[in-house]
Design a protein around this ligand. Structure first.
Ligand SMILES: CC/C=C\C=C\CC(=O)SCCNC(=O)CCNC(=O)[C@H](O)C(C)(C)COP(=O)(O)OP(=O)(O)OC[C@H]1O[C@@H](n2cnc3c(N)ncnc32)[C@H](O)[C@@H]1OP(=O)(O)O
Length: 278
């Protein structure tokens, strides 16, 4: 990808795999508006990049992400306290701001390519918003999480409270974390299913994330992207609705050459076939 970002680095560590790196290490990857916006922009671009089939999301430096940049969030507060405008107008400005911020992380979810969040160090507040929009969450043993918003006087509004209840966790546990903001570690996150694997250190975490990404990147991109689209749809709809959507989706997608190539490779016991770009 040619686009240059201020607070993101995008590398291509393996064929068809992108590594999106949050890159404000000195601020523990706190999300200022530039980084917030760039996350959405990057995933939007990657969603149609035919050279990328799987994305790994990591944080550079000591932490994965320290959440909202508390030093650069003054304009949010200034909208709220601007007494030259009435409450309704200030409310409408806040609405637009929140919707824009929500959309940046929704673009991770809407990206049809699977996204693996590889979490080390702290992942708090907005960091949880980010990882709940990802498909797969891996962590290293040093990872520390917190649904921190309640501690700064707000109800999380950019994804956590909307997505955490949908990823198969205990409702009681989600509520306990959201009402207290308490820290919890990788072991607890694994026990409850917030992350699906924990690794001894960040190096092994990154290596294992790359291995996983490379396996997925060898699959038919038609099949892989369709699988993400259909899993997301079925999470948000009844079985009957999602069966209908699946049938309509595959009306076109079953016309792919990839099925023949994959079947032939299986029968002839060759390695994974080379699929055309999508
Ligand atoms: C509409 C609203 C939408 C979304 C709202 C989201 C809400 C949230 O995200 S709530 C969560 C907010 N974040 C926090 O409360 C975390 C604050 N940070 C910390 O607790 C710690 O920094 C740490 C993450 C536990 C890491 O600790 P440590 O490794 O010891 O580093 P520090 O020395 O504390 O920090 C280094 C450096 O980074 C700056 N920094 C860290 N976090 C933030 C932050 N969230 N915002 C701005 N800056 C941050 C910290 O100030 C230090 O800067 P120096 O200039 O070096 O002092």
């Amino acid at each position: 990808m040619d686009k240059k970002f201020t607070h993101l680095i995008i590398q291509k560590p393996a064929p068809f795999v992108a590594n999106v790196q949050l890159n404000r290490p000195d601020q523990r990857n706190a999300l200022n508006y530039t980084l917030w916006h760039e996350i959405g922009e990057a995933f939007n671009l990657l969603s149609t990049d035919p050279d990328i089939r799987v994305i790994i999301l990591t944080g550079n430096g000591k932490s994965f992400c320290a959440g909202l940049d508390l030093k650069e969030s003054q304009d949010l507060l200034s909208i709220a306290s601007n007494d030259t405008e009435d409450a309704a107008r200030r409310g409408r400005k806040l609405l637009e701001k929140i919707k824009t911020m929500q959309k940046a992380f929704t673009l991770i979810e809407e990206c049809p390519k699977p996204v693996i969040a590889a979490v080390h160090g702290h992942c708090v507040g907005g960091g949880i918003d980010v990882i709940t929009a990802c498909d797969i969450r891996y962590a290293s043993t040093d990872a520390v999480f917190s649904v921190k918003e309640v501690d700064i006087g707000l109800a999380a509004d950019t994804g956590t409270l909307n997505r955490l209840p949908k990823i198969g966790l205990s409702d009681s546990w989600v509520r306990e974390l959201s009402y207290t903001g308490r820290l919890f570690g990788a072991k607890e996150a694994l026990e409850h299913g917030l992350v699906s694997k924990v690794f001894d250190n960040q190096e092994v975490l990154l290596k294992s994330s790359l291995e996983l990404a490379s396996i997925m990147a060898q699959k038919s991109p038609v099949a892989l992207q369709g699988t993400k689209v259909l899993l997301n749809y079925s999470r948000d709809h009844s079985i009957d609705e999602s069966l209908k959507f699946t049938a309509a989706w595959n009306m076109s997608q079953l016309l792919t050459d990839d099925i023949g190539k994959a079947a032939m490779a299986t029968i002839s016991k060759q390695g994974p076939p080379k699929f055309s770009k999508l």
